[in-house]
Design a protein around this ligand. Structure first.
Ligand code: PLP
Length: 477
């Protein structure tokens, strides 16, 4: 393909994306295909001779589109949002066009330098403590990782190495293996699956502690768990606190957890994967009170801040802990600029790095702070509207409502809610998933798509109400 053909193909692809997003709301939100559908539509071997791009693009419609679940549809209310916006899509395109791998400063100075500035912009946008920023006097800084899962794992590994060094200073007679075998981590039983997985990957037992009736992890639960482990001769190492849990978007009590971590010399990581974006609006910052105790903080602009997957923002109070844990040098990685800018490869798992800062830059500039705040506030107001509609129907109850997420159920036996969810899922008019609130089965309704408006919320509510009519055999007054 030459550059003239690329111009034509690329422009046709941009038109394809624009047409897709203009019509996405009319498509069934969940893919209607059976497992194995794609294999039947595609040859077993790659073509011997190259094909025309027009034929390939046509096959996107025929082969790929039927197997797409439309996350950008305003009828998508499952999980949490995954962001998509035009500035971000263009940022991805340009990054692919540059085709660099930012494995060191010299490998593409703009990669590192834009990331440093973007992480400062973002940190300021959220109102994070100064010490986390790259522009502060101290050793703190921010980096873009691929996912919250990676970030939780990276922080765990850094905490592990730091704890080994700290303990060996006090007990030089203990070997690294002996110490590592005793380390323990803690989080709440509402944490995302990725938190438990970080413990599995890092060979550190992750205690999933009970929460209060609001789904929040409290200081006394952590204190008690740490006390019991210390009695067994174990060494507390790592705590993951949630600001916005996956089941109900609950906020752990940082003000209580922080002092416990500080006293016990335990690394405190904050997982604000979804709800962190809300701190762009000052009225929600009270929910991160106690953030100054954190050793690391993470949120996903790729969830709720209009930046396409993947873009996970991580800040650390002291980046030296990452570098000490992950620094492996080779002659082919050396360059004479060492020390002037962060060598981000020492802050992450992989060697190669994508130019994620570019799409973030585009989003922050083209939306501006005002545009981002407007987006967050609008989505929260839509969730509040949905909550009002549920509360207005006496057959239903709202179990929790926080940010853009409402968990609700039919009153009475859980089986009714399970049946309602099954019906709604089968009809594919909207997409929602199941959740738990305490012992109850609930339906999780999240405002996800950038394209969601009031009429889509009303549409979703009508779907629930009409299906409840069918199940209960009666209409509400
Ligand atoms: N943490 C929380 C609270 C989440 O809700 C999620 C995903 O929804 C994750 C972590 C995992 O995010 P990622 O897919 O970026 O690893």
């Amino acid at each position: 393909m030459d550059s003239q053909q690329f111009r034509e193909f690329g422009k046709a692809a941009v038109d394809y994306i624009a047409d897709y997003l203009e019509t996405v709301e009319e498509r069934p939100v969940v893919a209607g295909v059976a497992p194995g559908y794609l294999e039947k539509l595609i040859p077993e071997e790659p073509p011997q001779a190259g094909e025309k791009w027009q034929e390939v693009l046509q096959d996107v419609d025929r082969i790929i589109m039927p197997g797409i679940t439309h996350w950008t549809s305003p009828h998508f209310h499952a999980f949490f949002p995954t962001a998509s916006s035009f500035p971000s899509i263009v940022g991805e395109m340009l990054s692919a066009g540059f085709g660099c791998v930012g494995l060191s400063w010299v490998a593409s100075p703009a990669y590192t330098e834009l990331e440093v500035v973007m992480m400062n912009w973002l940190g300021k946008l959220l109102g994070l403590p100064e010490e986390f920023l790259n522009c502060s006097e101290g050793p703190g800084g921010g980096v873009i990782q691929g996912s919250a899962s990676e970030t939780t794992f990276v922080a765990l590994l850094a905490a592990k190495e730091k704890t080994v060094r700290d303990i060996q200073k006090l007990h030089p007679e203990l070997s690294e293996a002996e110490i590592k075998g005793k380390l323990v981590a803690y989080s709440s039983n509402q944490s995302n699956s990725s938190v438990e997985k970080s413990g599995l990957l890092g060979s550190m037992p992750m205690r999933l502690l009970p929460v209060d009736e609001k789904g929040q992890l409290r200081g006394d639960a952590l204190e008690e768990a740490i006390r019991k482990d210390k009695e067994q001769g174990l060494i507390p190492c790592y705590v993951v606190a949630n600001l916005g849990t996956t089941p109900t978007c609950a906020f752990d009590k940082l003000e209580e957890l922080g002092p416990v971590c500080q006293r016990e010399n335990v690394w405190l990581h904050i997982d604000a994967a979804y709800a962190g974006s809300a701190f762009a609006c000052p009225e929600y910052r009270y929910l991160m009170k106690g953030v100054e105790y954190a050793d690391s903080f993470n949120f996903n602009p790729h969830k709720w801040m209009l930046v396409n997957f993947d873009c996970s923002a991580m800040w650390v109070r002291d980046a030296r802990h990452l570098v000490e844990a992950f620094n492996v040098e080779r002659i082919y990685l050396k360059d004479q600029h060492k020390g002037l800018a962060p060598e981000y490869r020492h802050w992450q798992i992989s060697l190669g790095r994508r130019f994620r800062a570019l799409k973030l830059w585009f989003v922050l500039r083209i939306y501006g702070v005002d545009g981002i705040q407007k987006h967050i506030r609008h989505q929260i107001s839509l969730a509040q509207r949905f909550e009002e509609l549920v509360r207005g129907d006496q057959r239903f109850e709202v179990c929790s409502s926080s940010m853009g997420l409402v968990c609700f159920k039919l009153k009475g036996d859980d089986a009714l809610t399970v049946k309602l969810l099954e019906r709604v899922q089968q009809r594919k008019k909207i997409y929602v998933i199941a959740g738990h609130f305490g012992e109850s089965h609930v339906i999780r309704f999240a405002v996800c798509s950038r394209l969601t408006e009031k009429r889509h919320v009303d549409y979703a509510w009508n779907e629930f109400a009409s299906q409840a009519d069918e199940i209960l055999g009666c209409k509400v007054e």
